[in-house]
Design a binder for this molecule. Structure first.
Ligand code: G6P
Ligand code: ZN
Length: 544
């Protein structure tokens, strides 16, 4: 089959963000747009020649077409073998596991995570390396540089169509293509990590759960794991069928977008445990009956309870959180006598710490937690961790969280998002705060003394690489913090995020409304960044 060498010109907007290249579907469907980026990956990653590449996506609109294009390009670029999930589906953590378990050289994962899908929605692509995780900045920089100098891409001439709907092995112009079950290997891995016997016993009793797959990729994973292997009732899974437009929903596992789940968990006769995942299956939302577990608390509780889980029988060694994530896990790490690393936002920054064996558990405020079993965050893994814990402790989610607060104190936490604001307005807020950083230490804000303030920079302890400009921190003597940061995952305008936390150990003050407890700090942050004047917004769009 002949190969076309197609002449092309760079697109200026192909710089990967926090997690790959994400754009509107219409942008991705322009002639040459996807092709340029994929060719930039092949050009900058010569190790893929003759090697194995994992390929799959979250099933969103344009997934199948993109996979066919990538297969034709992979064959034209000398890739040895492509392993693709049936139906073009692979959750992000399952793709990470496939890379690692098969010794593949990398993966192309098609997803815009929790962003809406459909013809008017978003699409995305990211490259994961042989370790299984998202490409580090050195690799994404190389891909970006190549995309800005590209003149040609290679693709098979004929528009062949690989049948993705049946498990099969075939060849495409000499390249092996293997269509694999997207769930099986991942489900086997989960079985090794957790006590499935204990969870089965829990679910065989009167314990009830709900899992909202949000019409995204986790439906088949949840059905195999929770229903087939663990015995949950089939009606436990909501919105199980993956749909190209996620049924018109927004596959972001939070209380606003998982409405049906919220109503079940906060209504009458609520189940014992509720959870949801996002478009590509790497995020998790954890709920108890009438109870919301913040992602930062969930991470801390996992660290404090890891000894109950078979996978962690040998201990944790260390833990990590992204900078804006609350310091609840730091408190647990201190009690356990293990290190706690603070990394910039973005899962890729955990990669070296996991590879180097410095940490075994990590998480982020943005509804992501995972361990060293893969190199991505992992939604169903978090769900199974909690189920295993509930099976061992036989207490409610709420009791487990409250006992945790009694022991370690509660880190009151909130995130305020100002969405879709003009980039220059967002930058103006950041500039304003940045300009004031040096003057803040020693000052009193919201009745508390500022200990330090900085523009967060991270030096990777494993390879010495430095990431600068990762968010503005105002740290108080009490341990409270205000953080300003711009989102790196949006596709339109800018999103300003304000993260606020304060530690409370007084047993009489553990059951308050976070917005009230944090109000003085929230107001101080608004003044510090002059947010209403500089953005024209009186209040945030989303509060979590
Ligand atoms: C993605 C990444 C996460 C990160 C999150 C932050 O989900 O995989 O690692 O925490 O984006 O997004 P933001 O919009 O705050 O940059
Ligand atoms: Zn995701």
């Amino acid at each position: 089959m002949d190969i076309s060498v197609v002449t092309t010109h760079p697109f200026e907007d192909q710089k990967p963000g926090t997690s790959g290249l994400r754009k509107r579907v219409s942008r991705f469907r322009q002639p040459h747009y996807l092709e340029n980026f994929v060719q930039a990956v092949f050009d900058s990653q010569p190790a893929l020649e003759g090697a194995e590449l994992v390929l799959g996506g979250d099933g969103r609109f344009h997934n199948r077409e993109a996979i066919q294009t990538i297969l034709r390009m992979a064959a034209a670029n000398g890739v040895g073998r492509v392993v693709v999930g049936r139906g073009g589906l692979l959750s992000t953590p399952a793709a990470s596991h496939l890379i690692r378990s098969r010794g593949a050289t990398g993966a192309l994962i098609l997803s815009a995570s929790h962003n809406p899908g459909g013809p008017e929605g978003d699409f995305g692509i990211k490259f994961n390396t042989a370790a299984g995780g998202p490409a580090p900045p050195s690799v994404t920089d190389a891909i970006h540089a190549r995309s800005q100098a590209i003149t040609h891409y290679r693709i098979l001439k004929e528009a062949v169509h690989v049948d993705l709907d049946h498990l099969q092995a075939t060849t495409l112009n000499g390249m092996d293509v293997e269509v694999v079950d997207p769930v099986a290997a991942y489900a086997d891995l989960m079985d090794e990590l957790f006590d499935f016997h204990a969870i089965r016993e829990l679910l065989a009793g009167d314990f009830r759960l709900r899992f909202d797959a949000m019409h995204a990729v986790t439906g088949p994973y949840a059905e195999t794991l929770l229903v087939d292997r663990l015995g949950a009732a089939p009606e436990s899974i909501l919105r199980a069928e993956p749909l190209g437009d996620f049924g018109g929903g927004h596959p972001d596992p939070n209380l606003a977008h998982a409405r049906q789940l919220r109503e079940a968990m906060f209504g009458r006769d609520a189940p014992d445990f509720g959870a949801a995942s996002d478009g590509d299956g790497d995020r998790n939302l954890i709920l108890g009956r009438h109870f919301f577990v913040t992602p930062s608390d969930s991470l801390a509780i996992m660290a404090a309870n890891a000894h109950h889980i078979p996978a962690f029988a040998d201990g944790l060694r260390g833990v990590a959180r992204s900078m804006p994530t609350s310091q609840a896990v730091d408190t647990v790490a201190e009690a356990l006598g293990i290190p706690c690393y603070e990394t910039p936002t973005g899962w890729k920054f955990f990669g070296n710490l996991l590879d180097d064996g410095r940490i075994r558990l990590c998480g982020e405020e943005s509804f992501g937690t995972s361990s060293d079993h893969v190199r991505e965050k992992d939604g169903l893994w978090a769900v199974l961790f909690w189920l295993n814990l509930l099976a061992v402790r036989r207490q409610s989610v709420e009791t487990i969280v409250r006992e945790h607060w009694e022991r370690f104190g509660r880190h009151y936490y909130t995130r305020h998002d100002y969405e879709g604001i003009r980039s220059e307005h967002a930058e103006a807020v950041m500039d304003r705060v940045r300009d004031r950083l040096a003057t803040l230490p020693g000052q009193s804000l919201a009745g508390q003394t500022v200990r330090a303030a900085d523009d967060f920079a991270y030096t990777d302890p494993v390879d010495g690489s430095v990431a600068e400009g990762q968010g503005l921190r105002v740290m108080f003597e009490s341990g409270a913090r205000i953080v300003f940061r711009l989102s790196g995952t949006g596709t339109e305008g800018a999103t300003l995020r304000l993260y606020i936390e304060q530690h409370e150990t007084d047993p009489a003050r553990l059951d308050l409304d976070p917005q009230e407890v944090l109000r003085p700090l929230i107001d101080a942050a608004g003044d510090l960044g002059d947010i209403p004047a500089l953005t024209g917004r009186e209040r945030p769009d989303v509060i979590t």
